[in-house]
Design a protein around this ligand. Structure first.
Ligand code: ASP
Length: 327
């Protein structure tokens, strides 16, 4: 018994000492998609903004792409519970719960919720080769040619997949487009610019510069409200304005640690995240790309978890209605 108490005490003391010392080596942000895409961009900008509040820690970004983000999420769920391996993931944390019947991890049970990062609108895009210049032309063109056109996305569980699914469902196409999965919309964007694929729905963090540069055509934004204060994105109608009643899709990102990470470490991370979310440079870089940094109760672990639980329920309805599953 004495031995057990001594052991428990020693463990408690070393956990506290450990937390005081944290971080004393590089922290890894695992990104579930290819480098050069929207989630990668959020993670890299956040890493810069969290470095200082984490005492100058070195934060490295690791891209573990595949299976719509579930490979990376599984990796983090099973990583050492020490605060050195964290997950930056988006709406996929909620959508994959319904999309994947065989689950490698449980979204609500296997992670510590550290707080949310941002909300990002999406844009419906076509390659410059596409014979359409307005949303109306675009919809008519896809209706007439759906079966012959390709839709690029970042895997089953990605935001681009979900958006393509929701849009095709909402316009009730006779013939769906052929979908092509990439390891992220970074590489998919290159093929859209090159005209190897025809259509993509992707986050403004990845599309704004390409739209502005005239390298792709944009037709609409996916949010309920128009992006009227953004110099580039204000020119595009919402899908609701174009007649798709209730269409409202905004992509959010959050930060996660493996379940069982010591509370003191979690607190340090949440505190650092909160500082980063108020960093004017981070907020501006995000706003320039159409993203809104989170300022509401979702910056707290409880608020974040509640939001994801609600999203899981909401997206289940959407995915079950579309009747499409990954396995
Ligand atoms: N977030 C993904 C990426 O970074 C794209 C997606 O989910 O559609 O590539």
């Amino acid at each position: 018994m004495k031995k057990l108490v001594a052991l428990a005490l020693a463990t408690a003391v070393s956990a506290t000492a450990f937390a005081q010392d944290y971080p004393n080596k590089p922290v890894t942000f695992v990104v579930p998609f290819a480098a050069g895409g929207p989630t990668d961009l959020v993670a890299r900008q956040l890493a810069e903004a969290m470095r200082k509040p984490l005492g100058g820690a070195n934060i490295v970004v690791e891209n573990t792409a595949g299976a719509g983000g579930t490979i990376a999420a599984t990796r983090v769920a099973r990583a050492p519970k020490d605060g050195y391996t964290l997950l930056v993931w988006h709406i996929g944390m909620a959508s994959t719960d319904s999309l994947y019947k065989k689950k490698q991890f449980n979204a609500l049970e296997d992670f510590e919720y550290l707080g949310m990062i941002n909300d990002v609108p999406m844009t419906l895009l076509g390659s410059n080769k596409l014979n359409a210049n307005t949303y109306r032309d675009f919809e008519a063109h896809i209706r007439a040619n759906g079966g012959k056109l390709n839709l690029a996305h970042a895997g089953l569980g990605s935001a681009s997949h979900l958006c393509g699914l929701m849009w095709q469902y909402a316009v009730k196409l006779d013939k769906s487009m052929t979908t092509i999965a990439y390891r992220g919309t970074g590489p998919a964007m290159n093929d859209l610019i090159g005209g190897q694929v025809d259509v993509m729905c992707d986050q403004t963090t990845n599309t704004t510069a390409q739209i502005e540069g005239g390298r792709v055509k944009a037709f609409a934004v996916t949010t309920a409200q128009p992006l009227s204060t953004h110099p580039v994105l204000k020119h595009y109608p919402t899908l609701q304005e174009m007649g798709l009643k209730d269409f409202n899709l905004s992509i959010w990102h959050g930060l996660y640690a493996p379940k069982g990470t010591p509370p003191d470490v979690l607190k340090k991370l949440n505190d650092a995240l909160k500082v980063a979310l108020k960093d004017p440079e981070f907020v501006k870089r995000q706003a320039d790309l159409g993203a809104l940094v989170v300022t509401d109760s979702r910056v707290t672990p409880e608020g974040h978890k509640k939001f994801v639980a609600d999203q899981i329920a909401k997206l289940k309805t959407v995915i079950d209605a579309a009747g499409q599953y990954a396995d």
